[in-house]
Design a protein around this ligand. Sequence first.
Ligand code: TEU
Length: 605
Amino acid sequence: MGLRRKFFIFGVQSILTLAIGLSTAWSQSTATPPKPATSQDALINGYRPAWWKEAVVYQIYPRSFKDFDGDGIGDLKGITSKLDYIKGLGVDVIWLSPHFDSPNADNGYDIRDYRKVMTEFGNMSDFDEMLAGIKQRHMRLIIDLVVNHTSDEHKWFVESRSSKDNPYRDYYIWKDGKPNPRSPTGFDPPNNYPSFFFGSAWQFDPATKQYYLHYFAAKQPDLNWDNPKVRKEVFDLMTFWLDKGVDGFRMDVIPLISKRAGLPDLTPAELKNAGDVYANGPHMHEYLQEMNRNVMAKYDVMTVGEALGISLEQTPLIVGESRNELNMIFNFDAVRINRDGKQWISWTLPDFKAIYARHAVELDQHSWDTVFLSNHDNPRLVSSFGDDSPTYRVPSAKLLATMILTLRGTPFLYQGDELGMTNYPFKSISDFDDIEAKNGYKADVLTKKVTEEAYLDNLRHMSRDNARTPMQWDSTSQAGFTSGNKPWLAVNPNYTEINAAKELTDASSIYHYTQKMIALRHATPALVYGSYKDIDPTNSNIFIYSRTLGNDRYLIVLNFSKESRAYTLPGGLKPTALVTSNLATSEVGAATINLRGWEARVYKY
Ligand code: TEU
């Protein structure tokens, strides 16, 4: 199908949906953001309409997005300079990974001052300018709320560790160790909790001879949410940013805030998935409801929890409308289907599809969902779920965009995936920056538990640094990311082939395809509020599902393989129009369709 024809179909599409009066979508050209949903608003397919249900979100990892001042580190002025690029894609909301003052033990997920901008990223007036630029373009901004832990350099912790009777002592979780005369400190940790970043989750502090708890790095001590003063501090800092005009929060590891009473040892079975125990503590719901009452209820905001350790079945207890906790959460079942713990494993399409089918059952009209397959903690979308070889990178990246933008739930896109950026060809451990990769090397390779080659091979597939290499803006030096000659993390050598400048001038690029899919979603209430049905759950190569809203019925057909396949549509399904496709085709109406490798089609039926 020629481009002109595709545009025509998109045009007809929007007129049709507007004509049937169902659209509440916030179109790119609308000057005023939509009003928040009220109880008077008519339900759509049982759903209460809301701007954050209709939005498409774009995640920025500021360190890697665009360096304005040439120091090799992305910054807020860099983001401001690229707002037209982001707006051009058609997204509604930007999620900004942490921009706060931090010593960067975990790239900003270790916050030293919640009310100050990280020096490398600029200052508060740069933030205000960026926010104003976002609003001028009728987009919204959500920021990262990292409050399970702070940096050990946060003034609360500096006070807390200074003495046992310091007023800030109870801001964190301190415990006596178990006496052990053979240990260099004289103690063993209070229990067997492991850290997500290897080793014990307890760090001995010589000043007071007690241990503090850190689920992540030793430089990320966990806050004690059972202390009402801590909760008040968090609610105050949230209010500070909302009063500045931000539109909500992505909440980092939010289910971990409430700790198990008494912190007993984990059983051997629990140790296999410690995160499941760390999540869902006894007061988690109570604290989220308190946060909602004290903060969110007073603003029109979007909240999305990073719900590590929360099962699908438990999800409605957090996102259910009547619960007054969060709008939605990230569930990791799909994005982590390709790993067992920290080990990369193979996966099958029927298992993958079963996840989305389960979501449709467990999350009803009162529990909103998210869709994402990448972020700053996971490898690149096309390398993990598509095929990043030269032949299939473009069609498979477009197929994945088709899927993410037609599934049920608010879609989250990660920077660079709109260009089909790929994993990085890491050669040695010195190529990595990530604390998780480095700690793992010490814990597993230096102790000879794992060979260096096996460890690196695994990291090449799943390291977080794959997603953190600088954005590839153009084919000039350092991909146009920085004017300096040393970015904080190396640019992927494929930047001369894969870059934004090239894609912006190519009407058939992944960028433009993503833009069209976003426009389609905005113009099509069935893709937002429609029901979901997996049409052929056991097929190991084709993912085919419907999204239906009354008589507005869409069929999405995705060939998740590089082989061409003649596919007979199940149940005598008869598409009436081809809405879009990632490869030129005009096939409509036949009982058997001929899909090429990684072909994606959206039909009306
Ligand atoms: O991530 C927590 C998390 O669930 C993991 O995905 C984590 O990235 C790691 O892979 C555990 O093995 C959040 C942030 O997104 C991440 O960047 C931070 O490092 C972490 O919390 C601590 O703040």
